[in-house]
Design a protein around this ligand. Sequence first.
Ligand code: SAM
Length: 217
Amino acid sequence: MHADTYRHRGLRRTLVEELRRKGIRDERVLAAIGTVPRHLFFETAFQPHAYQDKAFPIGEGQTISQPYTVAYQTELLQVQPGERVLEIGTGSGYQCCVLLELTPHVFSIEYNPVLFERTARRLAALQRPAHLFGGDGSLGLPQHAPFDKILVTAGSPALPRPLLRQLRVGGALVIPVGDEQTQRMVRVVRESEEEFSRQVLEEFRFVPLLGQAGWNK
Ligand code: SAM
C-alpha cells in the first residue's frame, strides 16, 4: 500500500506552511518535507495523523520524530549536494529519506534489530537507496568515515567521541544532549584536526541514545 494521493500532497503543503510559520527558513528542507510521503512511514492505525506536527509511536518503544524536529535538525545540518551524511537512529526511515532529498550519500544506522529489518524492507519497497546498517550507532560507522555531516536522532548524555572523530575537518555534528528527560540541541563543527566549536540551541525531548557511547543500556 504505497499510495501517495492528491489529498496527501495537499496535507504536506499545509504541513510545510505550518513549519514555515514555526520558523523553518531553508527552502530546500521545506521542499524535502513537501516531497517525502510521511504517511508511508507509519503503522496503518496512525496513518490518518501523519501530517500533524507530532511524534508518533513506530513500535519497539520508539517514535518517528515530530516534523518540526526533523526540519530543525536538517536545517542545522546544512547538507550540500554530494556530501556524505551519517544518521544515527534510522527508526522509521523518514528522516533518512528527507536527507536523501538533499544528497544521494546517506548512511543510517539503527540499534533495534526489529526496526532495522522493517525499515530496510520499507526503503527498498519505496526505492530509496540509503546505505542502512544495524548496530550501535553511538560508535559511528568507522569503516565509512569521514562524514561531512552527522545527525543523531536520539538523546545523548554527552558528545560521543567516536562521532567527533568521524567528522571531516569543516564538517558538522547535530545532536541532542542532556539527561533522559530533556536535551538541548547542539551543533558541533570540527574546525581542525584537534579543535571543535559548539553552539547550544533549543530544548527538545528525544528517546535515549543507547549503546557504548550513549546511555550504555
Ligand atoms: N530518525 C527516526 C525517524 O525518522 O523515524 C526517528 C528516530 S527515533 C526518535 C530514535 C531511534 O534511535 C530509535 O529508532 C532507536 O532505536 C534508535 N537508537 C537508539 N540508540 C541507538 C544507537 N546507539 N544506535 C543506533 N540507533 C539507536
